[in-house]
Design a protein around this ligand. Structure first.
Ligand SMILES: [Mn+2]
Length: 366
């Protein structure tokens, strides 16, 4: 039996996110120690680009050195990002103490009764039926490291718009008698039985960018190879935070409703990346921008990064228009109590839609 911690898509990068990324790496190293893991498996995109790979690999090796010295083997294949922005021959790099398995199309590493079938990222894997992979030895467990898209485990399109990954067949895993498919590339966690293999995207252990696909709790997988299928468990990463997105209605006078702000504040944690979108029809673009800046300053101490975006239409002097004024007075007359949140959010939306409609008509009339 072996204990494996499986991660992928840490996307370490120089720049503003460097310390954040390294803090998540440190937490993963700490989990390997706490769980007395035999292996740390990194299924690609440890670095965000080839330049980041070049700039940070020595620091990463140094951080992993004590873990390796304590007996936890670190096995790592390149994903599509390790060569992004360059055309490097990654197989020439020695990343000791990591076992950097960059040799194409595959390499097989046998350690402590576990066979690691290491498949560095490729644009396509069509030729795998011709690969001379030795048969699995009796009593061994086989783990495949693959950075690719598998459309059974992840049914969506390639989550990346800029840099797509090769597609791997379901049959790959049965053909090579894989017990656990340690996948990388999809940033949301997913797992599925594929033939005899448990195939798993652990998800990115960090928030990579301000995008809905980055939402949710960040985790790594703890794999215990004793069972069939192997047993896996999620381990949460506290330093990773989450991606959170909110939409708030902005009043025509560029006022931000306090209730939903005070409620979202309760959800924020320091490592989070947060986007707040302010929408509505406003009188004055400057006032809207000032409201956005003020909200950003207020929320910034509570998260790693806060983005406040304006999704507003400007209807100059909308409040001065008699029809708009009558509408706003009418809305104020039926304004629900602040404490009735459900009614309040409906009311804010109704006011916003009404103003958008009016803004369109005022625009036509003008
Ligand atoms: Mn990737």
């Amino acid at each position: 039996m072996a204990k494996i911690i499986h991660t992928a898509d840490l996307h370490l990068a120089t720049g503003d996110d460097k310390d954040y990324g390294l803090s998540v790496l440190d937490e993963i190293i700490g989990l390997c120690r706490a769980e007395a893991a035999d292996f740390l498996v990194i299924s690609g995109d440890l670095f965000d680009s080839f330049a980041d790979f070049e700039a940070l690999r020595r620091e990463v090796c140094a951080r992993l050195e004590p873990l390796a010295a304590a007996g936890c083997e670190v096995i790592y294949i390149p994903g599509n990002h390790e060569s992004l922005g360059g055309q490097p021959d990654l197989s020439r790099y020695d990343l000791k103490p990591l076992r950097f398995q960059a040799e194409a199309p595959f390499s097989l590493v046998e350690l402590k009764g576990v066979e690691f079938l290491c498949v560095p990222h490729a644009a396509a894997y069509d030729g795998y039926r011709d690969w001379a992979v030795p048969a699995k030895k009796a009593g061994n467990v086989r783990v495949a490291l693959v950075h690719a898209l598998n459309s059974t485990v992840f049914t969506g399109p390639d989550p990346e718009d800029q840099s797509r990954a090769g597609v791997i067949d379901d049959n790959f895993f049965a053909r090579f008698a894989v017990d656990y498919a340690a996948l990388g590339h999809v940033h949301a966690g997913r797992q599925q039985l594929l033939g005899g293999a448990l195939a798993c995207y652990p998800g990115s252990p960090r928030v990579w960018r301000a995008h809905k696909r980055e939402a949710g709790q960040k985790t790594v997988r703890l794999v215990d190879t004793a069972g069939s299928p192997v047993n896996i468990r999620r381990l949460e990463l506290k330093s990773a935070g989450q991606y959170r997105e909110y939409a708030l209605p902005l009043g025509p006078d560029a006022s931000v409703p306090e209730k939903p702000v005070s409620r979202l504040i309760l959800e924020l944690e320091k490592p989070d990346l947060v986007t707040v979108r302010l929408n509505g029809v406003v009188d004055d673009e400057k006032a809207a921008r000032a409201a956005a800046d003020e909200l950003r300053s207020r929320l910034s101490p509570m998260a790693r990064r806060v983005l406040v975006e304006l999704d507003t239409r400007v209807a100059a002097d909308i409040s001065a228009n008699s029809l708009a004024r009558a509408f706003l007075e009418g809305m104020d007359a039926v304004r629900p109590a602040e404490s009735d949140e459900a009614a309040m959010s409906k009311w804010l939306l109704a006011r916003q839609y009404g103003l958008e409609e009016l803004a369109g008509r005022i625009g036509e009339a003008g």
